[in-house]
Design a binder for this molecule. Structure first.
Ligand SMILES: Cc1cc2nc3c(=O)[nH]c(=O)nc-3n(C[C@H](O)[C@H](O)[C@H](O)COP(=O)(O)OP(=O)(O)OC[C@H]3O[C@@H](n4cnc5c(N)ncnc54)[C@H](O)[C@@H]3O)c2cc1C
Length: 507
């Protein structure tokens, strides 16, 4: 069992008992989407992760663009899944209560050489089925986005490029899966697989728990190579590719309406300026290659952030005057053998490896999950019988508070006065919203899990003012000593453990 404060999600998990039909290893956006889609069938499914929340790895550190697939390599599985998903997203977001905005994007040509490439990018978009793109003259480009450089030579408008909330996406998928009876286990790192060649296989966790299953789906992202080694999966290499970002204050958001992109090079899509669904601007990402065991892979570095700022200001020169409130990095699962590297019955019957979901997995998650279910059915013999009682949406009350602004609704505050008690003044997040999330189905207990759900600690002060108040609310509401409140799970405690002298809770 997992030694985790109030982590009673694992109460339902069957250790050493009847096998699951499917165990999904990795609760990133891809694993959560797969759990959501599998929960529509009569199946026993377990979604597990070594971390203590969903979407805690690559899925929390991206540009959060719902791509149309206009620039994908035509004819690839990636292009097919991304373009299909892009059309599904507006309905998916509405069903799952994921904040989503069709803001559009613009590729900018600054040099003559770049201007010549716009036609090629336009043709590629059309061949990917994104036929609503439009070439723009210099004057049209400046008219639509007055903050772009005065010497811009032309642009390409992609009206359906969109932005969405990446955190709510994994959470929403997992919450619906849970409501449909799927089990979820956190703090479960898979370190061994027994009987991989048999019909019933056993996954062994770092805590020596054994969980039996007929099918294993490896969607462990950067961990997929190590996991594949445990069952002797096919050869592939992961070369983590870091992307750093700058986050600008909300004042900056009104300066641009659309995502601004440079003309891509053979190596990279380049640095973008991106409005976020939360009302900020971000600039990024960088593209820096690392080895799989490099521990600095998630750091941000002054040198790269400076070069990022200079690259981004070629698209929006005024960016250099905008206040930066934070930085972050995400690490792409870059597979040398190619993106969307998927092997069914990899090494053994009933094991599926999914890796190289490098730059578009947030967008493609719903269609990639459907693709994987088809593979599981056709190649691994998974029986698919629809569950007539399954739900596929979340109720209206699940729109995030930062999107709904409950503190400004007198009626709601009258019913629940805690919704009027502001804890995070940067983002206007109340004590009531934090408590609602603590009581939500996935039982978030870490500061980062609450941050991703509420936005408390994500504003201008980046938690300087409210972090300890949030920790106190978690401690009080869940009956967990303050010394056990962590940023992202065990070994990230924020105050020292009590001593014999009794310093409980003093940081
Ligand atoms: C800088 C950057 C920008 C991006 N921008 C966009 C964008 O704008 N739009 C878009 O669509 N996509 C974008 N992406 C890509 C997108 O973020 C990824 O494709 C997606 O998040 C991959 O999700 P995943 O579930 O495959 O992996 P992950 O989120 O990494 O999940 C894998 C999970 O497996 C778990 N795990 C690993 N090993 C084990 C083990 N042994 N036992 C148990 N659990 C294990 C990990 O803890 C992790 O939670 C971007 C990515 C980056 C890095």
């Amino acid at each position: 069992m997992v030694d985790w404060p109030d982590g009673n999600l694992d109460a339902a998990v069957r250790f050493d008992e009847d096998p699951y039909d499917v165990i999904i290893v990795g609760a990133g956006v891809v694993g959560c989407a797969l759990a959501y889609k599998l929960s529509q069938y009569r199946l026993r499914v377990l979604l597990l992760d070594k971390n203590y929340d969903v979407g805690e790895a690559t899925s929390k550190g991206n540009s959060a663009i719902v791509h149309t697939g206009f620039d994908a390599a035509p004819g690839t599985l990636e292009s097919q899944l991304v373009t299909q998903a892009s059309r599904q997203w507006p309905e998916l977001a509405e069903k799952l209560k994921i904040p989503f905005e069709k803001c559009g994007a613009m590729v900018l040509a600054i040099t003559d050489e770049q201007n010549k490439q716009l036609d090629t990018i336009h043709a590629k978009a059309v061949s990917n089925g994104v036929d609503d793109v439009r070439l723009l003259s210099a004057a049209q480009t400046r008219e639509l986005e007055p903050s772009v450089p005065q010497d811009v030579l032309g642009g390409l408008l992609i009206p359906r490029e969109s932005i969405a909330d990446p955190f709510t996406t994994s959470i929403a998928y997992a919450e619906v899966a849970l409501a449909n009876g799927i089990d979820i286990l956190f703090g479960a790192e898979i370190v061994e697989i027994e009987d991989a060649d048999k019909t019933i296989k056993k996954l062994v966790t770092a805590r020596n728990d054994r969980i039996a299953t007929r099918i294993i789906v490896n969607v462990a992202g950067l961990g997929s190579r190590r996991l594949a080694d445990l069952y002797g999966g096919d050869e592939f290499d992961i070369n983590p590719r870091r992307g750093q970002f700058l986050i600008f204050d909300k004042y900056s958001r009104s300066a641009i309406k659309r995502i601004l992109l440079p003309i891509p090079t053979a190596q990279t899509k380049g640095v973008l300026v991106i409005p976020t669904i939360f009302g900020n601007l971000i600039a990024g990402p960088t593209a820096e290659d690392f080895s799989l065991d490099d521990e600095e892979v998630t750091d941000t570095t002054l040198e790269m952030l400076q070069s990022l700022l200079s690259g981004a200001s070629r698209l929006f020169p005024g960016l250099v005057d905008q206040p930066v409130i934070g930085t972050f990095s995400g690490v792409r699962c870059n597979c040398s053998q190619g993106s969307y590297w998927i092997r069914s019955n990899d090494g053994h019957q009933g094991i599926v490896t999914v890796t190289g979901i490098r730059s578009t997995g947030f967008t493609s998650s719903p269609t990639l999950a459907e693709y994987l279910i088809k593979e599981l059915h056709e190649k691994c013999g998974l029986n698919l019988e629809k569950n007539p009682n399954a739900v596929d949406s979340r109720p209206e009350s699940n729109w995030p508070g930062w999107w709904q602004r409950p503190f400004a609704n007198g009626e709601l505050v009258k019913q629940n006065p805690d919704l009027g008690k502001i804890i995070c003044y940067c983002e206007n997040i109340s004590r009531g919203e934090i408590i609602q999330h603590l009581d939500s189905p996935l039982k978030p207990r870490t500061l980062d899990a609450i941050k991703r759900r509420t936005r408390a600690q994500m504003g201008r002060c980046q938690g300087f003012d409210c972090q300890i108040k949030v920790a106190e609310i978690i401690s009080e509401h869940c009956g967990i000593p303050l010394s056990k409140i962590t940023k992202r799970g065990p070994e990230s405690e924020i105050v020292p453990a009590p001593t014999a002298a009794g310093n409980e809770g003093k940081g």
